[in-house]
Each structure stands twice: as structure tokens, then as C-alpha cells.
Design a protein around this ligand. Structure first.
Ligand SMILES: CC(C)(COP(=O)(O)OP(=O)(O)OC[C@H]1O[C@@H](n2cnc3c(N)ncnc32)[C@H](O)[C@@H]1OP(=O)(O)O)[C@@H](O)C(=O)NCCC(=O)NCCS
Length: 166
């Protein structure tokens, strides 16, 4: 698909570290209110970007455009677990172009290279885009859970990917 190829070839993938908190903060602050409903590991501010980069014990991988702007990022944590937990978010304007899938593939290669058993995550059931993304890279539903978020009860899938399966 030409569109997908042109977007993916126009972006590069790299690691983020504590020195990248300013541009990660700009990325978080640019996310829509709608995104916050499904992606809320922390408030979407520059301060929380700084804290997140300092505290993640594992890789934080970003897709970056040709001027250095972050199009999306993903991580797993803590690296020492057999099945570290995954988080991922793509900029609203950059979705549906294969960037999420490419970042998940990067995380999976990293986890496999480090001898992890696999990766796991929790995803709100009605977050169709995320559930589809995770299934498309080999994650399977292994359980259910629910939690309260800002007064709303959110039903979620627990999903896991086994590093030995592909
Ligand atoms: C979920 C998210 C990361 C997907 O990233 P993306 O770059 O748009 O996904 P991709 O373009 O790589 O698509 C990957 C797969 O998901 C599917 N997909 C993507 N968006 C979709 C949508 N809105 N509805 C249904 N399927 C969708 C694609 O068709 C593709 O499936 P396929 O390989 O079987 O064709 C992105 O929508 C996002 O950042 N959402 C907000 C944050 C969030 O919810 N994070 C997850 C919290 S658990």
C-alpha cells in the first residue's frame, strides 16, 4: 500500500532516554481528549513525560519524523519480568499507517533478544483499534479485568504474547 510505505519510509525508529522528555512532553500535550480516554498511564503533560522516562525500566522506542518530532512511542516495563507490560500511543494524525504495528514489532524483537518469555498488557475492550493491533502481532486474550477511571467502570482484556510462538 503506497501510503503506508511512504509514511513508514519517512519515519525512523530510535530509543528515547531522560534527555528526550521535552519532545515526549510535546507529543503527550498534543494528544486529543479522546485519546486520553484510552491511553491514560499518567497525565499527558511534560512533567509526566519526564517522570515516565526516568522510571521506565525497559526500552522506550519512538517513531520520529524527519524533523525529529515524535509520531508515536511504545515501551515495556519492567524489563526483568518474564512478561513485561506494554504501553503504546501514536499521535492522532499518524494513525492507521502501520506505525503502531512497526513499534510493536520492535518491542517484540527486543523482548525476544533479551530472553523474555513474552509480553503482556491490559486493553479496554471497546478500544477496537488497540485490540486489533495487538491481535495482528500475535497477542491473545488470556483473561478479563475491570477498573474505575474518572468515575467510569472500564472492562478490559488481559492479553499476552508468547515469544516462542513466532
Ligand atoms: C491503538 C494504536 C496504537 C494503533 O496504532 P496505529 O499506528 O494506528 O496502528 P496500525 O496502523 O499499525 O494498525 C495496526 C492494526 O490495527 C488495525 N487498526 C488500526 N486502527 C484501527 C481502527 N481505528 N479500527 C480498527 N482497526 C484498526 C489496522 O487495520 C491493523 O490491523 P491489520 O494489520 O490486521 O490490518 C493507536 O490507535 C493509538 O495510539 N490509540 C490511542 C492510544 C491507545 O489506545 N493505546 C493503547 C492503550 S492499551
Amino acid at each position: 500500500m503506497p501510503v503506508l510505505n511512504s509514511v513508514l519510509s519517512a519515519c525512523s525508529f530510535g530509543r528515547l532516554g531522560p534527555g528526550d522528555s521535552e519532545r515526549l512532553g510535546e507529543f503527550l500535550e498534543g494528544l486529543s481528549a479522546e485519546t486520553y480516554k484510552t491511553f491514560h498511564p499518567y497525565s499527558l503533560t511534560k512533567e509526566s513525560a519526564q517522570r515516565a522516562l526516568a522510571e521506565v525500566e525497559g526500552p522506550v522506542i519512538a517513531a520520529v519524523d524527519d524533523s525529529g518530532g515524535i509520531l508515536g512511542y511504545a515501551w515495556f516495563h519492567p524489563e526483568a519480568d518474564a512478561y513485561p507490560s506494554v504501553g503504546i500511543c501514536i499521535a492522532d494524525r499518524a494513525r492507521g499507517q502501520g506505525i503502531g504495528k512497526a513499534l510493536m514489532r520492535e518491542l517484540q524483537a527486543d523482548a525476544r533478544g533479551k530472553g523474555r518469555s513474552g509480553l503482556m498488557l491490559w486493553v479496554v475492550k471497546r478500544n477496537d483499534a488497540a485490540v486489533r493491533l495487538y491481535r495482528s502481532v500475535g497477542f491473545q486474550v488470556i483473561g478479563e479485568t475491570e477498573y474505575d477511571f474518572e468515575g467510569e467502570r472500564l472492562e478490559s482484556h488481559v492479553m499476552r504474547w508468547e515469544a516462542t510462538e513466532e
